[in-house]
Every structure is written in structure tokens, then in C-alpha cells.
Design a protein. Structure first.
Length: 139
């Protein structure tokens, strides 16, 4: 995953010598978090239609790679940039924000500290302009 200037997104800084990735249980916990996250997203009536024709297994694999890196774990992502992956989907700012909230709540429920959640939120928010392409209609 790349941010607008072509760099990989910043992972969560290591606090107290252990990454959030390690604190929540590594790869197994990330896999569980992604499963819970997508269940929340698909249960959200405002979001489920965005994922109707998506290969969820592939998407979950990409999300596991992103989340692993964002939590200070291994950088496993190899794929299109966020802008390329979301081009033409007309994702709204409201939809993006709802997805962010589902991710943060999932991580909160796994015991990720508020400080680390703030860093994850910042990492994801830094990608907003890469993902959101639908702009509000002029009034």
C-alpha cells in the first residue's frame, strides 16, 4: 500500500518495546480482527452494498497485510496503490469514515490501547484522499 507520495504508510510506532501487532497476538489475532471487521462492515446497511461484488477473500488478505503493517508488524503488502485499488468506486467520505470507525472499534474490542488506536486512525486517515473519490454535490 502506498500513500500519495509513493511511500508505504507509517506503521504504529513501537511503544514500550512491543508493537501493537505483538501485543494483540500477531498474525492469528490480525486474521481474527479482519474477520470481525468485515462482519461489522457487511452488517452495516450503509456499507454492505459497497462490497456486494467484491472478492472478500482477496480483500481480507489485503486488509490483513495492511493491518499487520499498521500495527507495527511485518510489511506484507504487495499490490496496487490505494488510489488504483479504489479508482472508479465513487467512495464517499461518509462511507470511508464509517469503515474507519468499524476498524477502530474492532481493534478497541481486541484490547488495543487508546494511544495505539490513535496512531492506527492517523495511518488510515492519511489514506483518505487516496480512497474517497465521490465529492458532495454542490448545493
Amino acid at each position: 500500500m502506498l500513500i500519495p507520495d509513493g511511500r508505504a504508510p507509517t506503521s504504529v510506532p513501537v511503544m514500550s518495546g512491543t508493537s501493537a501487532y505483538d501485543e494483540i497476538g500477531g498474525a492469528g489475532a490480525v486474521k481474527a480482527a479482519v474477520a470481525v471487521f468485515y462482519q461489522r462492515v457487511l452488517d452495516d446497511p450503509d456499507l454492505r452494498s459497497w462490497f456486494a461484488d467484491i472478492d472478500l477473500q482477496r480483500l481480507k488478505a489485503h486488509q490483513r497485510a495492511f493491518l499487520s503493517h499498521a500495527l507495527g508488524g511485518p510489511d506484507l503488502f504487495a499490490g496496487r496503490s490505494m488510489a488504483e485499488a479504489h479508482a472508479g468506486l465513487a467512495i464517499t467520505d461518509d462511507a470511508f469514515q464509517a469503515v474507519v470507525e468499524h476498524l477502530v472499534m474492532t481493534l478497541h474490542d481486541l484490547g488495543v490501547t487508546p494511544e495505539r488506536l490513535q496512531h492506527v486512525r492517523g495511518t488510515v486517515d492519511s489514506l483518505r484522499d487516496e480512497v474517497v473519490s465521490a465529492r458532495p454535490a454542490a448545493t
